[in-house]
Design a protein around this ligand. Structure first.
Ligand code: MG
Ligand code: ZN
Length: 217
């Protein structure tokens, strides 16, 4: 019984996610769903990304959080459209929440929509929102065994940003082991090592993004 209810929720979400996707493609917007545990640096990566690309591609941001608008306030300082979705306790964004959030955005002329999901390694991976790509942010402070423990998130992502690599000398994160585990759960997953602190890898990340945006044309 419980399994059936879960399946129905996911199926209902798929219908709305598809409608969102149609809207995005009509408007010519490429949509990225940024996922990862709390404290991995998702918002900081967003800020760096906005700084680097906002003059190249008109962009908008959706911030998903259980409570507060702290992240939206950080992003708003860059002078881009941003809407905060407070999930009121729910641990992920779904298609319907994003559809509601879109009412507060004007997508005309927008090329890139960055969506920061709720900090969580589990169910954001199960709920499509109509995005073109899911990108996962993992930081080296979280441990190298995460691919084995949360395989779905690694399997549905197009790219993994391994963040805070400037901390590698200070933490027990075995890069080789991590690469092995990642290949085991998703052999096609591309990994970019990044430090938002030093700027390492950010250029490569922007090039990846550019490739995806141009792939749609
Ligand atoms: Mg955040
Ligand atoms: Zn959830």
């Amino acid at each position: 019984m419980e399994v059936k209810v879960v399946r129905e929720i996911l199926e209902a979400n798929e219908v709305i996610a598809k409608q969102n996707k149609e809207l995005f493609s009509q408007k010519g917007v490429y949509v990225l769903n940024l996922m990862g545990a709390p404290g991995t640096g998702k918002t900081t990566l967003l800020e760096k990304t906005i700084e680097m690309v906002k003059d190249r591609w008109p962009l908008a941001v959706i911030e998903g959080d259980i409570a507060t608008s702290r992240d939206a306030e950080r992003v708003a300082r860059y002078g881009v459209q941003v809407v905060q979705i407070n999930t009121g306790g729910a641990c992920h964004l779904d298609g319907n929440m994003v559809r509601e959030g879109l009412k507060a955005l004007n997508l005309d002329g927008i090329r890139l929509l960055l969506v920061e999901n709720v900090g969580n390694l589990v169910c954001p991976a199960e709920f499509n929102i109509g995005e073109d790509d899911k990108v996962m942010v993992l930081s080296v402070t979280e441990g190298d065994d995460k691919p084995l423990k949360y395989p779905l998130m690694f399997q549905v992502s197009s790219l993994l940003i391994l963040n805070k690599v400037d901390l590698l000398p200070y933490v027990d994160f075995d890069l080789e082991k991590f690469r092995d585990f990642t290949r085991k759960v998703n052999p096609r997953l591309e990994v970019i090592e990044v430090s938002c602190k030093t700027g390492q890898g950010l250029q490569r990340w922007i090039e990846w993004l550019q490739g995806r945006l141009e792939g749609r044309r």
